[in-house]
Design a protein. Structure first.
Length: 178
């Protein structure tokens, strides 16, 4: 199915499953699929929605911009959220971005990049979604040996606006936490 012909969030998720690969575009234009966090931090670019649609590759940062593009084109109210373990030292804690949308007084977490949570999940409130994603992120960080249960208090969330131009990872982080 072509991007322009997708009519529902469910069809859009199916489109992403079939067409979007987890990875990133480097400053050199190269596509990376198996990469280290150091490589990503040094070389990665966060694409806007149109760029992610063309490249068909992205981390959660890029994929959320693609999701935003589709939902905004369909006049559906969205919010984009960034979560991270907010500490003032270099670390290996994972970060995550995700998109939520509102429909008939319900909130939905639209997730593609975080494979263990892939799908469309219904909630009664935005707060409930954020708390759920924080818990899932903590579980993931614990499972890879980076965090412990008490680190939950370090996780902060930020709602952020659309990116217009490609950004380095550092520029993107600054954009979302401003």
């Amino acid at each position: 199915m072509e991007f322009e012909r997708i009519k529902t969030p469910k069809e859009f998720l199916e489109y992403m499953n079939n067409n979007i690969t987890y990875g990133f575009i480097g400053k050199n234009g190269k596509k990376y699929q198996n990469f280290s966090s150091e490589e990503w931090l040094k070389e990665g670019i966060v694409q806007n929605g149109e760029e992610a649609l063309k490249s068909k590759i992205g981390t959660c940062y890029d994929q959320v911009e693609l999701e935003r593009l589709w939902f905004e084109n369909h006049h559906i109210e969205v919010k984009t959220i960034f979560i991270w373990f907010e500490v003032d030292y270099e670390n290996n804690y994972p970060t995550h971005t995700f998109l939520v949308y509102k429909n008939n007084h319900k909130w939905y977490w639209f997730e593609h990049a975080f494979e263990d949570c892939r799908g469309i999940h219904e909630f009664d409130s935005l707060e409930e979604i954020i708390n759920t994603v924080i818990s899932k992120q903590l579980e993931y960080a614990i499972s890879i040996g980076i965090a412990k249960e008490s680190d939950k208090k370090l996780i902060k969330s930020y709602e952020y606006k659309k990116i217009i131009e490609p950004l380095t990872i550092e520029e993107f982080i600054n954009h979302v936490i401003e």
